[in-house]
Design a protein around this ligand. Structure first.
Ligand SMILES: *Cc1c(COP(=O)(O)O)cnc(C)c1O
Length: 450
């Protein structure tokens, strides 16, 4: 008999939720300029804005917080963190940073520069911003199947290797500063990259003398999909697969706010001694001394414990099942979702959900706002508001924080979604009334268009 996959923990600290009425939410959303980023989190019932930094820590991680050694230099907590990261990744140099983008900022300020190019399956937005800040340019080479939103394929996060070779030829191999493999591919729906693809990218990098950078934020979720879907991988532990993924790379940037199971932290790791020395010099300038890098000793302890917990089978079985449950539930209720479910979120096609809203009236923002009004659920637009005219799709992402919500919370979200679909014709479009010069989705103001 197949048993229910249960939450593999029991709860010993709780944070009460605050319930609001629809009238209250209408007022709150109007006062937030119809942009849920301005809402106070206390006015949100189920917060699916992001899976980043929103994890619940375990009792062992909290015990690590007490153990944290806050010495300025040579903290015991750093050495525990370093040993754990080295064992997992195999890298000789481990540089702690306060979050993923700090690692990106340091790395791409050293590798990058005018006239250079980085190639990736898809650059995450902070990765792109840091590469472009250095004067280099970004080229995305996602697999062809990633463009077919509702068609299932096992490894939609793969790089298109023919496209990669073309881009290397275009730029000239000496002008390609790195090939970045993002696991899982966050901007491409949280879809995994296969070990076969990663190995093939390794060969491309070797042939051309280009460093391979693993943007490893969701390495453990990716390892699960490899074991589940890739021939020959079924007998291995998640940790062994993750260890191989890291060892195929020359450098890794990591946001511990995802698969580190903590609320803040990250690292930059590599084998190149000279590059590491330069990275540590920048680190001292911008983050802190190399044995804390912008983090408290207790944060380093919590990451060290989290990196062990995240590759446990019971944890990841639950994690993947909870995202799949959300995606399947949405689909059953008639929502057009990206297939197959990724590792950390459900992505809903807002254009197909609200076909009466023309492109200029921002179907994604409309769906996000309708979800909040219908039930206090906060999601995020990934479409024209976020990417402007370059947006390929109008998506809404419902991201699952790790170990935070139970199955009945998800059932509630599904009911809210069903209510919304029943009166979708009445959902208004939106227009922007004010926007900042960069990253407008965070702070733009909107108004409904009836
Ligand atoms: C979150 C994320 C980053 C940046 O990490 P932060 O900790 O938010 O700075 C980089 N790449 C990917 C794929 C991410 O998901």
């Amino acid at each position: 008999m197949i048993r229910t996959i249960i939450e593999p923990f029991r709860i010993k600290v709780v944070q009460p939720l605050r319930f609001t009425t629809r009238e209250e939410r209408e007022d709150l959303l109007r006062r937030a300029h119809y942009n849920p980023f301005y809402l106070h989190a206390g006015d949100v019932l189920i917060d699916l804005l992001t899976d980043s930094g929103t994890s619940a820590m375990s009792n062992e991680q909290w015990a690590g917080m007490m153990r944290g050694d806050e010495s300025y230099a040579g903290s015991e907590s750093f050495f525990r963190f370093e040993a754990e990261v080295k064992d997992l990744t195999g890298f000789r140099h481990v540089i702690p940073t306060h979050q993923g983008r700090a690692a990106e900022r340091i790395l791409f300020s050293l590798l990058g520069g005018k006239g250079m190019t980085t190639i990736a399956n898809t650059h995450f937005d902070t990765t792109r911003a840091n590469v472009e800040q250095s004067g280099a340019r970004c080229v995305d080479c996602p697999s062809p199947e990633s463009r077919r939103l509702t068609e299932a394929a096992p490894f939609k996060g793969n790089l298109d290797l023919d496209a990669v070779e073309r881009e290397i030829a275009n730029a000239g191999e000496r002008k390609v500063e790195a090939i970045i493999v993002t696991v899982t591919n966050n901007s491409g729906g949280g879809q995994p990259v296969s070990l076969a693809n990663l190995r093939a990218v390794r060969q491309v990098c070797d042939r051309h003398g280009i460093p391979l950078v693993l943007d490893a934020c969701r390495f453990a979720e990716n390892a699960w999909f490899i074991r589940d879907r890739e021939p020959g991988q079924e007998g291995r532990t998640l940790r062994e697969i993750a260890q191989e993924m890291f060892r195929l790379a020359d450098i890794s940037t990591f946001s511990a706010k995802k698969d580190g199971l903590v609320n803040m932290g990250g690292f930059l790791a590599m084998n190149d001694d000279a590059l590491a020395a330069r990275a540590r010099s920048v680190l001292i300038l911008t983050e802190g001394f190399p044995t804390y890098g912008g983090l408290a000793g207790r944060d380093l302890e919590a990451i060290a414990v989290g990196l062990r917990e995240v590759v446990r089978d019971e944890y990841m079985a639950y994690r993947i099942a909870s995202v799949r449950y959300l995606c399947h539930g949405l689909k059953e209720r008639g929502a057009p979702v990206i297939e197959p479910p990724g590792g950390h979120a459900a992505y809903v096609d807002a254009k197909a959900t609200l076909p009466h809203i023309p492109k200029e009236f921002l179907a994604g923002q409309a769906l996000v706002n309708a979800l909040y009004l219908a039930g206090g659920v906060r999601a995020v637009e990934i479409g024209t508001v976020m990417f402007g005219a370059a947006a390929q799709h109008e998506l809404v992402r419902l991201a699952m924080p790790r170990r935070v919500y139970t199955q009945s919370h998800v059932d509630y979200v599904l009911e809210v979604f069903a209510d919304l679909l029943a009166e979708r014709d009445r959902v208004p479009g939106y227009r922007i009334t004010w926007e900042p010069p960069y990253l407008r989705h965070f702070t733009a103001h909107f108004e409904p268009v009836r």
